[in-house]
Design a protein around this ligand. Structure first.
Ligand code: THU
Length: 162
């Protein structure tokens, strides 16, 4: 049997001021979106800001529902809205941030598995890398230069026989 190893690369930046201006701007937009989250049940407010290849920025936040599974995460709200408005336009970067009514979120918030699948499909369809920038309400910033770092071996449309 052949053993294969996948290694993942990401960056941690403790000094926000050292980040590129466009990362900070995208994080600021994600933070603004988190302020408008509809999260009365979890008290966990997530914001996402998506930078498209055409220069547009689309933001989204988590939308909860009294029938809990009917809600949707911030990342998918933003990505689906971006795709609805600008179908086929590549996503260059996404910034994700979160705050909680129940305590300080002082570390980066990586997206849930379902959001990773949607992000991976978006990256795969556009054949261009999606930069993922993650931060809690405070604390360090975590950056992955490609979505494949967050979801290796993802299920992509090539697996579906046509
Ligand atoms: N949430 C997101 O918006 N994104 C994620 O990647 C993980 C979780 C939301 C869903 C729910 O409204 C709240 O955070 C608590 O799970």
């Amino acid at each position: 049997m052949e053993k294969q190893v996948i290694s993942l690369e990401f960056q941690i930046e403790n000094d926000s001021a050292a980040l590129p201006e466009h990362d900070l701007m995208l994080l600021a937009q994600a933070s603004e979106a988190a302020d408008k989250a509809n999260a009365p049940y979890s008290g966990f407010c997530v914001g996402a800001a998506v930078l498209l290849e055409n220069g547009h920025i689309i933001t989204g936040n988590n939308q909860e529902n009294p029938a809990y599974p009917s809600g949707l995460c911030a990342e998918r709200v933003a990505l689906f809205y971006a795709s609805a408005q600008y179908p086929g336009v590549a996503v260059k970067a996404i910034a994700i941030t979160a705050r909680s009514h129940h305590g300080i979120i002082d570390r980066p918030i990586p997206p849930c598995g379902a959001c990773r699948q949607v992000m991976a499909d978006s990256e795969n369809r556009s054949a261009s890398e999606m930069r993922v920038i993650m931060r809690g309400h405070t604390g360090p910033v975590m950056i992955c230069n490609s979505m494949s770092m967050l979801l290796p071996l993802s299920f992509v449309d090539e697996y579906l026989p046509k």
